[in-house]
Design a protein. Structure first.
Length: 330
């Protein structure tokens, strides 16, 4: 009885200390952001006093950095002062700052120079609890550009959740070695947290090799997720080779079966995704993938490409997506 009491007391105090530390961190972080924003504001206002002053801005920052470093120590080098100036210029309204994000987050965001892109990464960082390392990876892998369609309204759809291509360099699989679908599936399960981070927001893991039984046959679905934003099941079929008509027919059948046997009242129609290493666009265009809004084929890469290569892949996919969407309109 005494041990139970001591354990309960310990956990109560532990929770109190953790909550206090989190509160202190939030206050300190908010104070730091406000201080750096105000420093940036003072620098900009000082530089704007006159053309002559602006021309000597670089000298002013060097001198200011030396004085502040002497007085307060590290953290006020010239590059960081430039960051503070850009911070204020990028977020001129102080009340718009999101204090859930750290200064390291904001240092990454101010390099983007695109309001829509910045807002996307801010919202995703907060909704998905990205730390600064997560945010850096998402920016470097052009996550914003890889989303199929960016929101034009507040409505959430599968098109502004899914990406193409997906980048799975974190799985540790070598792109130049032949791997099986089972190898790919195992690697995803072993790195499920990173997979969910890359896959998109709102996904929760449900099952691996989920058994679906009919009156005459047994089937096994590679991966099953539930998206709590879209309120639907998302089933994934993994393909390590070229995409075929048989693969498309199979995912179509799986979706129909899942809707019939697993979907319950309140769930939206099931979504099926073929994750494939090679995607034949001709097969995609002349199959049910082009006719249905709940079946998708997305390419995956086992390495992080160079930026130019990735941009080229994204541009090709976006052009096809826009053309297909326009053609499907009545």
């Amino acid at each position: 009885m005494m041990e139970v009491y001591e354990s309960s007391l310990f956990h109560s105090i532990k929770d109190l200390i953790q909550q206090s530390r989190e509160k202190v961190f939030r206050i300190a972080n908010s104070t730091l952001l406000l201080t750096y924003w105000q420093i940036g504001k003072l620098i900009v206002e000082d530089e704007q006093k006159g053309k002559e002053r602006a021309e000597y801005g670089s000298y002013t920052l060097k001198n200011l950095s030396r004085q502040l470093t002497t007085e307060f120590g590290k953290g006020f080098d010239e590059s960081n002062l430039r960051n503070m100036r850009t911070f204020y210029q990028s977020f001129p309204i102080c009340d718009a700052l999101r204090h859930e994000l750290s200064w390291t987050h904001y240092r990454l965001l101010i390099r983007l120079n695109n309001t829509d892109k910045i807002n996307y990464y801010i919202n995703e960082s907060i909704q998905n609890s990205w730390n600064s390392r997560d945010l850096k990876r998402q920016i470097n892998s052009l996550a914003y550009e890889r989303v199929l369609e960016h929101r034009r309204t507040s409505e959430e759809t599968i098109h502004n959740v899914l990406k193409d291509p997906y980048i799975f360099e974190f799985l540790g699989l070598k792109p130049d070695e032949k791997i099986s679908e089972k190898d790919l599936e195992t690697a995803i399960i072993d790195h499920i947290q990173k997979f969910l981070l890359e896959f998109g927001k709102g996904f929760a893991f449900v099952a691996r090799q989920q058994h679906i039984a009919t009156d005459t046959s047994d089937f096994y679905i590679d991966l099953v997720f539930y998206n709590y934003i879209l309120k639907c099941f998302v089933i994934i079929d993994l393909k390590t080779g070229e995409l075929s008509h048989q693969d498309i027919g199979q995912i179509d059948m799986y979706v129909r079966m899942y809707d019939d046997l697993k979907r319950i009242e309140g769930d939206n129609p099931t979504i099926g995704i073929l994750l494939c290493s090679e995607k034949d666009e001709t097969i995609v265009k002349y199959s049910v993938l082009n006719d249905k809004n709940n079946l998708f084929a997305s390419k995956y890469l086992l390495y992080l490409p160079k930026e130019e290569e990735l941009k080229e892949l994204i541009d090709q996919d976006r052009i096809r997506f826009e053309l297909d969407r326009d053609q499907s309109k009545p």
